[in-house]
Design a protein around this ligand. Structure first.
Ligand SMILES: Nc1ncnc2c1ncn2[C@@H]1O[C@H](COP(=O)(O)OP(=O)(O)O)[C@@H](O)[C@H]1O
Ligand SMILES: [Mg+2]
Ligand SMILES: [Zn+2]
Length: 327
């Protein structure tokens, strides 16, 4: 499970906020309690001085065990008195204990060197928030994907668009449920409005929930950003590496980017590097195979044809179908 650096930075800063909130709450409680019940402040001083006495007894060196035992009893007694007084003044008995958001890791994010579940949750939430801020992902789920928009009349191959789309839907659902770095790359082809973006976002959401680091973007936006970084017109400059390294890259609407030798080399490099390092990529495009061959070099098309799972979407533009049904 790897996330982008800024996602980690965000999660760590959230943990820091939680820690300082816990501390400032404790400070607030102490001030409140000692202001209302000054006796408690006196008691606390006595309790901490018993600790100091134990240290002195050990240094002095005779009858150590006996004396320590007596002091410990005294300490216990004082603590009990302290809690009784606290409670009798209307405070909860644990009012002066520090309250972490997460007890397991005390808001450090780690337990025995392992990421705590609270840190994992923060990372997931942030990754998904980022994706959501760019796209209306909430609406694009497997549940909201309906097959009855696709015609169920058979074509010459004997399979209706609805049947074909059902098998594509099932494939994508299974892919999403079982997503891992071993999953294959996918190319989704087909005309506008057939659900390519919808299904790729549904997969993205599921991969994020499984703890993966997902980048989604239109080919136009992502490549534009890389080019701006490359030629020094953008502040941050790790988009390119992020695209190469994320667990799942969704390159939507291939064919909408500008064409240039630089962009063409970048597309090849993204596809090739990710295949070599076994990182799944989902590409969607309105271009047919012929149009792809016209637009891209042979090596790009043959890389995709040779190594990607190909899903050809069919049917009628769902946007129009939805409008018709609402009339
Ligand atoms: N099978 C479907 N069921 C419900 N809504 C769909 C379906 N397919 C597409 N849509 C919706 O129709 C619109 C266009 O779909 P989209 O996925 O953007 O198409 P594409 O990417 O193939 O051009 C979106 O609002 C999408 O949520
Ligand atoms: Mg689309
Ligand atoms: Zn935790």
């Amino acid at each position: 499970m790897s996330y982008r650096r800024e996602t980690y930075d965000y999660a760590m800063s959230q943990l820091e906020i939680r820690r300082s909130k816990a501390l400032s709450e404790l400070t607030q409680h102490r001030e409140e309690v000692f202001r209302k019940v000054p006796q408690l402040s006196e008691l606390e001083k006595r309790i901490s001085s018993t600790g100091f006495s134990i240290y002195r007894i050990i240094m002095a060196g005779n009858d150590v065990a006996d004396k320590i035992k007596k002091l410990e009893e005294e300490n216990l007694q004082l603590n009990k008195q302290f809690i009784d007084l606290l409670v009798s003044n209307g405070f909860p008995s644990d009012y002066l204990e520090i309250k972490y958001y997460c007890d397991k890791c005390q808001d450090t994010g780690f337990v025995n060197g392992q990421q705590c579940t609270c840190l994992k949750d923060l990372l997931k939430q942030e990754a998904s928030r980022k994706l959501n801020s760019l796209t209306p992902m909430k609406l694009c789920t497997f549940d909201s994907f309906k097959l009855d928009y696709y015609p169920d009349n058979s074509n010459e191959n004997g399979m209706s668009p609805r049947e074909r789309m059902r098998s594509i839907y099932n494939y994508c659902k299974k892919y999403a449920d079982e997503f891992s770095l071993d999953s294959p790359s996918i190319i989704m082809q087909g005309a506008t409005g057939l659900g390519k973006t919808h299904l790729s976002l549904a997969i993205a959401k599921s991969a994020i929930d499984l703890g993966h680091d997902v980048i989604y973007g239109s080919s136009y936006n992502l490549l534009n950003k890389i080019e701006r970084e490359r030629f020094g017109r953008d502040e941050d400059n790790d988009s390119y590496n992020n695209l190469l390294e994320c667990d799942l890259l969704i390159l939507d609407d291939l064919g909408t980017e500008y064409t240039s030798a630089y962009i063409s080399a970048t597309i090849y490099s993204i596809i090739n590097t990710r295949l070599l390092s076994s990182k799944p990529t989902i590409i969607s495009t309105n271009l047919s195979m012929e149009e792809m061959l016209e637009r891209y070099s042979d090596r790009i098309v043959s890389r995709i044809l040779g190594s990607y799972e190909r899903l050809v979407f069919v049917g009628k533009d769902i946007r129009l179908e939805k409008i018709k049904r609402n009339m």
